[in-house]
Design a protein around this ligand. Structure first.
Ligand code: VGL
Ligand code: ZN
Length: 283
């Protein structure tokens, strides 16, 4: 039996190898200290509803095992949380566009600039700040109506276990701007990615400051969809200097093509791809 096998290998090179490997695995498989898990948009509409992601249901058991680990310093579940008149819904488009088409959105806002730095919305302005009008334009994908506030489709799927200590991070709450990432909306993301010389952080919520206060260094991202909210949450976490990993068997894309592009984009930006079994210690 198994014990004989162990006895047999003991004292041999093979035993030393097994031992070395188990040491390496042990280090790899535990959740590193100062780690956060972000579970993205495991909501009915993305699983069984109006914008279903193929295979979405199949990742639920893995996500439950991951979120059940005690080692996380922080576990957050994001939810898309749109008003019925949300700008991302094709049904609200003035040009009778269809879901999965794109439209250019133009935004104008006042930005406070203080010396070389923009202020985050949570910082108070200092004396040498001034307001500047900013005009930007970027593409918005149009979607079927989904995750409307107060509807069944917006609820996290019943089979997804949300630990009582987990945080819920709602995004896309306002009519006028979409939000793919957990940290900031698409407008803030556009500004920060297109003006890299400017340290700009328009935070949608207190996620970044909470993670920083907890001393989080590693962010692990799982959930739906790989090519949108998982991708952009990962890019936003990297941009905020978290060492970031996508748990690659605990996510699914809206389409295989954009899923492959998302993998390329996140790895090119510095994210790691990790298998859930490495974190769970089962491989
Ligand atoms: C998502 C499309 C529209 C996502 C959200 O969770 O990936 N995709 N809104
Ligand atoms: Zn959405």
């Amino acid at each position: 039996g198994g014990e004989e096998g162990i006895a047999c290998a003991a004292g041999t090179e093979e035993a030393a190898l097994i031992q070395r490997h188990s040491v390496v695995n042990e280090k790899d498989m535990t959740v590193p200290p100062k780690s956060a898990l972000l579970v993205i948009d495991m909501q009915n509409d993305f699983i069984n509803g109006t914008l279903p992601v193929a295979g979405g249901e199949s990742i639920i058991p893995t996500i439950n095992k991951l979120s059940g680990l005690k080692e996380w310093e922080y576990v957050g579940f994001t939810t898309d949380y749109h008003p019925a008149n949300h700008i991302s819904f094709a049904s609200n488009s003035p040009f009778n566009l269809s879901p999965f088409e794109s439209i250019d959105m133009a935004y104008t806002s006042l930005e406070e600039v203080c010396g070389e730095e923009y202020l985050s919305i949570y910082e108070e302005s200092a004396a040498n700040c001034s307001a500047h009008e900013v005009h930007v334009q970027f593409s918005q994908e149009l979607w079927p109506d989904h995750c409307i506030q107060g509807t069944w489709g917006q609820h996290i799927h019943d089979d997804v276990i949300v630990p009582s200590s987990a945080f819920i991070i709602r995004k896309g709450l306002t009519t006028v701007v979409d939000s793919y990432g957990a940290f900031t909306n698409n407008y803030g993301m556009y500004l920060s990615s297109n003006k890299p010389s400017v340290l700009k952080r328009i935070e949608e919520n207190s996620l970044r400051s909470t993670l920083k206060k907890l001393g989080i260094q590693h962010v692990y991202v799982a959930g739906l969809a790989l090519d949108y909210c998982v991708k952009y949450t990962t890019l936003q976490a990297l941009r905020r200097d978290f060492e970031t990993s996508v748990i690659i068997d605990a996510t699914k894309p809206v389409s295989e093509k954009t899923g492959a592009e998302a993998v390329h984009a996140v790895t090119a930006a510095g994210a790691a791809l990790v298998q859930s079994c490495k974190i769970l210690g089962t491989c």
